[in-house]
Write a protein of this length. Structure first.
Length: 238
């Protein structure tokens, strides 16, 4: 079966697709599909994101320096921030799929080694690449909502599809708690389930053991990067 068919099979026969991907070490097509979708989504986002407001907010954080700027210098500063933000949007879309899969694969590979499994690193990378496909689907499904907006806040594009518990959060909830609720997200949990299936086959362990290892690693990531660090950052800036 071709790599493209294996990638598409992930959506309706995940057990079979993940086993094939792990055994045949295929990762090119899922990474290509994810990257293409994210680049396309970034292209739509930059035409609607309010980067000017982002730049003005950044200037407001340094009122003394901003007060010394001439109107022309202020416009140049805002234009520079907008350009950097747009370049960053495309760079993230281009590099994030491969980089995130690589880092996650390294953590999973080490985690399953510690848990008594015997996964190969390339096979682990292939499993993670296919498990990322739901995130690409999330962005595709967000396109209709994005097209209905003439302008959005920077960073709002990924939240247009109400697929996480953050959509049910009350107004005024602190950002760290909101980020924690946002981590409990349908497509992210779908990806976690795919990783469990793929790693159980690759590491030759039971699905229960695979689920425990994957859940512990995922929960650790969420608690550290989505809750603890934002909380500490907010405390430090207050």
């Amino acid at each position: 079966m071709s790599g493209l068919k294996t990638a598409l099979l992930t959506f309706w026969a995940p057990g079979r697709a993940l086993a094939q991907a792990a055994d045949e070490r295929r990762f090119f097509w899922p990474l290509l599909l994810c990257t293409m979708v994210m680049l396309g989504f970034a292209a739509l986002t930059v035409t609607r994101a309010d980067y000017v407001r982002l730049a003005e907010t950044a200037l407001e954080k340094t009122p003394e320096e901003t007060a010394k700027l001439t109107p022309h210098e202020r416009e140049e500063k805002i234009a520079t921030v907008c350009k950097v933000a747009i370049v960053g949007e495309f760079a993230s879309a281009l590099l994030w799929p491969t980089t995130s899969v690589l880092l996650a694969a390294l953590c999973l590979w080490l985690g399953f080694k510690v848990a008594g499994g015997a996964p190969g690193f390339v096979g682990t990378f292939a499993v993670l690449a296919h498990a990322m496909l739901p995130s690409a689907l999330h962005e595709l499904l967000s396109v209709p909502a994005l097209l209905t907006r003439s302008a959005i806040r920077v960073g709002e594009a990924s939240q247009l599809l109400p697929s996480s518990l953050a959509a049910l959060a009350p107004e005024g909830l602190p950002l760290p708690k909101l980020a924690l609720l946002g981590s409990v997200e349908l497509f992210a949990l779908w990806s976690v389930a795919l990783v469990v299936l793929g790693m159980a086959h690759l590491a030759q362990v039971s699905r229960l053991r695979s689920a425990v290892v994957v859940t512990v690693l995922w929960a650790s990531f969420v608690l550290v990067f989505r809750f603890a660090l934002p909380t500490l950052g907010g405390a430090g800036s207050s």
